[in-house]
Design a binder for this molecule. Structure first.
Ligand code: KG4
Ligand code: ZN
Length: 348
C-alpha cells in the first residue's frame, strides 16, 4: 500500500499531509495547515507575499507532517503536489520543493489539479461519499456543478459566468465592513438577521428554465453583488440596524440559486448522492438548502468539515493516490500553471 506525502501551496495556505492506502480504503496519517495571516492586513491575498511566506514555511510544515505521521522520508513512496490552478508564484514553491525532494529520494512526483483535490476531500470523512454523485464545488476562485459518474470523470454542467461564490461572499462581506476572508463572518452575521426583511433577486434562476437552456445550470453573482451595494447605499442614508438583514438577504439569494441548480443536476442524472466541496461548502445555510431539496429526491448530501473543505494537503494526497494508482506520474519537467482544465472532463 503506497504512502504519500502531499504539498499544497496554491494560495495562502502552506499545507502538507501524509496518507496511505489503496483505492477508497485510505488512512490520513497527518495534516498540517499553516494559514498565512499577513493578507488580513490588506483585505485580500497579495501574491508576492504568499510566495515568500510559502518559502519560509514549507520545510517546517513538511517536517511536521512527517513527524505527526511518525514516518521517516524513506517510508514515503511518492510526493503529490498541487500544480494548478492558483497563484503561479505560490504553486511554484510547492512544485519545486516536491520535485527536489522526490529527485533526492528517487521517488515519483504526482501532479494534482487543485479542484480535483476538492472533489476528493469529503471522501476522507464520509466513506459513502464516493461516485456516482452530483458535485457542487464552491470556493474562492471557482464555482461549478458537475456530474461525477466515477473518480476522475467530470461532466461539467454549470459554472459561474462572473464571480465565484466565495468571491461574492468576500466582496459583500467587505461592503459590510467585515474582515477578510468574509464568508464565515458574513454567515455569522446573517444568523442574527430577520428572515424576509430584505430580499434580493435570484441570479439566473427562474421557473421557465429547461434542460438544454444555457442558463439551466450556470450561475452569476456579480449582479447580486451590485444589488447589495445599491441597497447598502440607500440603507446607510436611512440609518438604523440593517447589516444582518442585508447579509441574510444576500446569503439566501446565493444559496437558493446554488441549491436549486445542484438539485436540478441530481434529478437530471438520477444521483442518490450530492457532494459539496470548496471553502463555501462550510456554509451551514448552503448545506441546509441543498439538503432540503435533496430530501425530495431521496439523495444524501455530504460536505467536508471546515478543515477539509478549505484548502489543505489531505485532499491533494487523496487525489494524488488516485492518480498514482492509475500510473499518472509527472516528470521532473513539471511546471506550475495559473489555469488548467480539470483532467477527465467530458462534454456536458
Ligand atoms: O476552497 P478555499 O479555501 O480556497 C479556494 O480554493 O478558493 O475557499 C475559500 C473561500 C473564501 O472565499 C471564503 O470566504 C469562503 O471560502 N468561505 C465561506 C465560508 N467559509 C469559507 N463562504 C461562506 N460561508 C462560510 N462559512
Ligand atoms: Zn481551494
Amino acid at each position: 500500500m503506497p504512502c504519500l506525502l502531499s504539498i499544497e501551496t496554491s494560495c495562502d495556505e502552506t499545507s502538507a499531509a501524509v496518507l496511505s492506502g489503496s483505492g477508497d480504503a485510505v488512512a490520513l496519517e497527518s495534516l498540517v495547515i499553516l494559514s498565512q495571516d499577513v493578507h488580513r492586513v490588506f483585505g485580500g491575498v497579495v501574491p508576492e507575499l504568499a510566495s515568500r511566506a510559502h518559502v519560509t514555511s514549507i520545510v517546517p510544515v513538511v517536517e511536521r507532517a512527517l513527524a505527526d505521521a511518525g514516518r521517516p522520508m524513506r517510508e514515503i513512496d511518492a510526493i503529490a503536489v498541487t500544480y494548478a490552478p492558483g497563484l503561479v508564484g505560490a504553486l511554484l514553491v510547492g512544485v519545486s520543493f516536491a520535485k527536489g525532494l522526490a529527485y533526492a529520494r528517487g521517488i515519483p512526483v504526482v501532479a494534482v489539479h487543485h479542484l480535483e483535490g476538492h472533489v476528493f476531500a469529503q471522501s476522507l470523512e464520509h466513506a459513502a461519499a464516493v461516485p456516482p454523485f452530483t458535485l457542487l464545488l464552491v470556493s474562492g476562485g471557482h464555482t461549478l456543478i458537475a456530474d461525477v459518474p466515477a473518480w476522475g470523470e467530470y461532466t461539467v454542467l454549470g459554472r459561474t459566468r462572473d464571480d465565484a461564490a466565495g468571491e461574492a461572499f468576500d466582496k459583500v462581506a467587505k461592503l459590510l465592513d467585515l474582515p477578510y476572508p468574509g464568508g464565515p463572518h458574513l454567515e455569522r452575521l446573517a444568523r442574527t438577521g430577520t428572515p424576509g426583511r430584505i430580499r434580493f433577486p435570484r441570479p439566473m434562476l427562474h421557473g421557465g428554465q429547461q434542460t438544454g437552456d444555457r442558463d439551466y445550470y450556470d450561475v452569476s453573482f456579480s449582479g447580486l453583488k451590485t444589488a447589495v451595494k445599491l441597497a447598502i447605499d440607500d440603507l446607510r442614508a436611512s440609518g438604523g440596524e440593517w447589516r444582518a438583514d442585508v447579509a441574510l438577504g444576500f446569503q439566501d439569494a446565493l444559496v437558493e440559486t446554488l441549491a436549486e441548480k445542484t438539485a436540478r443536476a441530481a434529478r437530471a442524472f438520477g444521483r442518490g448522492r450530492i457532494v459539496l466541496g470548496g471553502g463555501v461548502a462550510c456554509n451551514g445555510a448552503l448545506f441546509e438548502a441543498v439538503s432540503v431539496r435533496a430530501t425530495k429526491s431521496v439523495a444524501s448530501v455530504y460536505a467536508p468539515s471546515p478543515r477539509l473543505a478549505t484548502d489543505n494537503a489531505a485532499m491533494i494526497a487523496r487525489a494524488g493516490l488516485f492518480r498514482l494508482e492509475r500510473g499518472d506520474v509527472a516528470g521532473l519537467d513539471l511546471n506550475a500553471y495559473a489555469a488548467r482544465p480539470l483532467p477527465g472532463r467530458a462534454a456536458a
